[in-house]
Design a protein around this ligand. Structure first.
Ligand code: ADP
Length: 436
């Protein structure tokens, strides 16, 4: 069984997602900038053009007199309205393209008395008027109104107002925004797809190198296992056949060698497990079994090592505990925790193994009276190659891989692992698993 989460949490999938997100985000930002520039350019051009046209209407003169355009027959294409009001607001001259909107036009400009030339954008709301028995309807209009104060021949002050209907530009701008939005959505979809495939391509060589390295590690550790087990057997044979003839010194050398070979075998085994777990090639064989006799058996197996350090091994086990798990992996987990407990407990200490269950989960705790773990290391001891006390751990011949494997096994079983520890007093490792 290959757990799904293993695939999901794959390093490459995560990196690829990050890359996709970054690429897509860059393209979106770029497109948004592009849309903004296009919009500003469009608006700027329209504004300049309309302002220039208004300006020429406001300043059109003939023999020194202001030209009042005749808009009665126009449809507002050129000018929408033209008024001259004196400073009391009285209409001196007027011309409008759509007569029935005259009052609205005047409302719009009456309160605007500029001292200098000015330009404003104004909405003329939809109107629905009755004039001479006819009904007139006019849509919302956007007017660009210009005003120019001037002094009339008789010395009175007046203001010329002229407006152009720029509704077309507003509508065109709206359409432009819609088109840009559509393009943006289209491009975002394309960008996500493109970035996804681009990042996938970018990952291929990295993935290959990583896989090759993994394969190399797996192969190397696998190859190392055979000579190590031959060495171990040879040492056993030497002990068995020549045990009596060996000098005390040689016996010690053989015993030390056996210990070292054992340590190396464990390390190689750990490396192999990690390499396989990384490549996702580990198959978990889940089965239901009674954990109690197994734990008893595993504890017995380390009894000899514990005795060497005069460590008391105690167990507190229930009658029976049916679990569903990969028995080989659970065995590996228990050995790692027991191995550490004995390794990091000074002579004459104790190690307790407890097994128990709650309605929804079962747990295993291994408590020792060892050296304890410094507070700052508690989070990191589950990292690969991390050793809390470099010097001491190295002396013990450890590589800092055991707990990372323990954590991996626990996670695959959807459980949790935690540690409680007081420096100098001892540590308790508790693993909890959900009941199947
Ligand atoms: P190692 O091979 O070094 O034991 P582990 O991954 O099993 O690697 O453990 C990481 C580190 O955590 C160890 O080097 C040790 O410093 C600390 N540690 C683990 N178990 C215990 C324990 N029972 N008591 C004290 N320290 C421990």
């Amino acid at each position: 069984m290959k757990p799904k989460w293993l695939k999901k949490r794959d390093l490459f999938v995560q990196t690829q997602r990050k890359l996709t997100f970054t690429y897509a985000w860059l393209i979106i930002v770029f497109l948004m900038l592009f849309s903004m520039i296009v919009s500003i350019f469009f608006l700027g051009m329209a504004y300049r053009e309309q302002r220039q046209l208004l300006h020429s209407s406001l300043y059109a003169t003939e023999n020194g007199d202001v030209i009042i355009p005749d808009l009665s027959n126009s449809r507002g294409d050129d000018l929408y309205f033209f008024y001259i009001l004196d400073d009391e607001g009285k209409v001196i001259a007027d011309s409008t393209a759509i007569r029935q909107n005259r009052d609205d036009n005047l409302d719009m400009i009456e309160r605007w008395h500029p001292r200098r030339d000015g330009f404003r954008l104004k909405w003329l709301p939809e109107s629905d008027d009755h004039h001479d028995g006819d009904r007139y309807r006019d849509k919302d209009r956007l007017l660009f109104v210009g005003a120019r104060p001037y002094v009339m021949e008789d010395g009175r002050k007046a203001v010329i107002y002229a407006a152009r209907d720029v509704t077309f530009y507003a509508e065109a701008f709206q359409n432009l925004l819609l088109v840009l939005l559509f393009i943006l959505v289209l491009f975002v979809i394309a960008a996500v797809w493109l970035s996804y495939s681009m990042s996938k391509k970018a990952m291929i060589p990295i993935q290959q190198t990583y896989r090759q390295q993994q394969q190399f590690l797996a192969d190397a550790s696998h190859e190392l296992r055979t000579p190590l087990s031959i060495l171990n057997t040879s040492l056993d044979v030497i002990e068995l056949e020549n045990g009596e003839d060996l000098t005390r010194y040689s016996r010690e050398v053989v015993s030390d060698m056996k210990e070292e070979v054992g340590r190396m075998s464990r390390m190689v085994q750990h490396l192999l497990t990690l390499a396989r777990s990384d490549s996702g090639s580990v198959e978990f064989e889940m089965a239901s079994f009674d954990l109690v006799p197994r734990v008893r058996q595993w504890v017995q197996a380390v009894e000899a090592v514990a005795q060497k350090k005069q460590i008391t091994l105690t167990t507190s086990l229930p009658e029976k505990l049916a679990v569903t798990a990969d028995v080989e992996r659970i065995k590996q987990l228990v050995y790692i925790l027991l191995d550490n407990a004995i390794k990091y407990t000074p002579e004459k200490g104790t190690v307790d193994v407890t097994l128990g269950s709650h309605p929804k989960q079962w747990y295993l705790s291994i408590r020792d009276t060892g050296i304890g773990i410094p507070e700052e290391s508690k989070q990191r001891i589950f990292d690969r190659f991390y050793r809390a006390e470099e010097h001491r751990s190295r002396e013990e011949g450890s590589a800092g891989l055991g707990l990372s494997i323990a954590k991996w096994i626990v996670e695959v079983h959807r459980g949790s692992i935690e540690v409680e520890s007081t420096l100098g007093d001892g540590s308790t490792f508790i693993v909890k698993f959900p009941q199947a």
